[in-house]
Design a protein around this ligand. Structure first.
Ligand code: MN
Length: 287
């Protein structure tokens, strides 16, 4: 199943080139409480919502996908976890371009040495919003990544059981401004985490370890790779992350980007495609 969020926090089933509005399936979600729960309540209840959405679909309104404004498929994740240098050829590229990060040695070590990092939740947008470059005078790079959405609470989960904890997958863009600051700071600017175009549920996507994907800017191919070349696979990443902290429903893991990261400028259009997920295009704007 392909589930999108669109418009005014509506829920859609993606069917070919249409969205079926099944927002009524969100009716049973709990009202916001204070303090809010540390997880995304829609993802937590995804199994019930899917069943309800399927019952609603035959009678529900259909809207062409081209007419809807796509939001991030996860509305309120508890945290955005991200893997640095998780493709060997990208690590080589980072080492070759070390001057871009002021030769900071922390950015050139292997993933098991440096661990994972967090991106601010406030950086999250969907593909119908614009990426805003606050520092257009500095180099701002695109990074396309497979994004994993956690579906069940995962605390110290072994890799062999990790995929049972996944709700689904999206395409992620981990945008980055280059410089001397800490990685998490440079990747947490507003709009610098993009998830889209929708959530493909884990049962529909199947094995995440063999997905072709590519990113182009204004039609020019910049990145093309396959998730089989991940250093830490999706199960490895869930094991590693959950060995340090509990992963909650709706938490997102950006799995890392392959080689080919390159700058974008205001006015550019980034197109991201991934096998068995889909594609989206997003505009890069000014400040
Ligand atoms: Mn990244």
């Amino acid at each position: 199943m392909r589930l999108c969020r669109f418009g005014q926090n509506q829920l859609g089933l993606v069917d070919g080139t249409d969205v079926i509005d099944v927002s009524e399936a969100l009716g049973g979600l709990p009202k916001p409480e204070y303090p809010p729960l540390p997880h995304d309540v829609m993802i937590e209840r995804l199994d019930d919502i899917r069943d309800h959405a399927q019952r609603l679909a035959p009678q529900a309104r259909r809207i062409p996908l081209s007419e809807v404004r796509l939001l991030s498929p996860v509305g309120a994740p508890g945290k955005l976890v991200a893997a640095p240098v998780n493709y060997t050829r990208h690590l080589e590229e980072v080492r070759e371009q070390a001057d871009l990060n002021h030769n900071n040695l922390a950015h050139m070590r292997e993933i098991r040495e440096i661990g994972l990092f967090l991106k601010a939740n406030s950086s999250l947008i969907g593909p119908s919003e614009d990426i805003a470059l606050r520092f257009p005078d500095r180099r701002n790079d695109h990074e396309i990544e497979l994004a994993v959405v956690i579906g069940r609470t995962a605390d110290r989960v072994p890799a062999s059981q990790a995929l049972e904890h996944v709700a689904g997958y999206c395409i992620g863009l981990d945008m980055t401004v280059r410089g001397s600051e800490d990685r998490s700071f440079r990747k947490s600017l507003d709009t610098f985490s993009v998830l889209g175009p929708w959530l493909v549920t884990a049962d529909e996507l199947g094995e995440p370890g063999d997905l072709d994907f590519e990113l182009s800017v204004n039609g020019d191919l910049r990145q093309a790779a396959n998730t089989r070349d991940l250093v830490l696979s999706v199960p490895d990443l869930i094991e590693y992350a959950s060995s340090f902290y509990t992963l909650h429903p709706g938490d997102v893991i950006f799995t890392g980007t392959p080689e080919g990261v390159a700058p974008v400028l205001p006015g550019d259009v980034i197109t991201a495609k991934m096998a068995r997920i889909g594609e989206f295009s997003i505009r890069v704007g000014g400040q």
